[in-house]
Design a binder for this molecule. Sequence first.
Ligand SMILES: Cc1cc2nc3c(=O)[nH]c(=O)nc-3n(C[C@H](O)[C@H](O)[C@H](O)COP(=O)(O)O)c2cc1C
Length: 181
Amino acid sequence: MNVRVSPMPSQELPAFSSAEFRSAMRNVPGAVSIVTTGASPNRHGLTLTAGCSLSTDPSSVLVCVNKSAGGHDTIKGTGSFCWNILASGHDALAKRFSGQDGSKGDIRFDEVLWRKLVTGAPSLIDAVCSFDCRVTGAYDAGSHTIFVGEVVAQAMNADLEPLIYVRGDFAVPKRPDPSRH
Ligand SMILES: Cc1cc2nc3c(=O)[nH]c(=O)nc-3n(C[C@H](O)[C@H](O)[C@H](O)COP(=O)(O)O)c2cc1C
């Protein structure tokens, strides 16, 4: 076991580097999603694992978006985003929306795959689920902004398997064996 302790008080520099932090974080599995915002021909989308459910009353989620991401200012400007949870087989889409194929902005979107729910942010038709959100809070967090979104519409394909990202690779969790319950 590799234990690295940050000295107290917390104002001092931590005993681990940001590279070591990133190396530890590689072990944390995350649901792979695409956060979209804007309307054609000014749509933006980015692959994102830093998102989660926040509250059930009101129904809300949070997503952590790098300030340098193409969609960041459009989420602020439009006050809306759609959080699309990707399914098994969406690896290429996740790579496209993280810029790995060199694409940027609206060109990443394929008209066939997307629709609008309430806010107009693109909702992926074959996502495991999509949460269409109005931004209710934006919090500065260093390199990222934490956007809190109240869910105003949602769509679901519960038969699809969610895609996760862990240790630098895409994976699909096994469905629990029903005979164990
Ligand atoms: C698996 C994976 C997870 C990612 N998670 C996040 C994330 O949580 N937040 C974020 O801002 N960027 C994340 N990124 C990086 C963005 O997808 C990437 O920087 C994207 O190209 C930004 O959009 P842009 O090219 O329009 O600027 C992730 C990338 C990958 C491959």
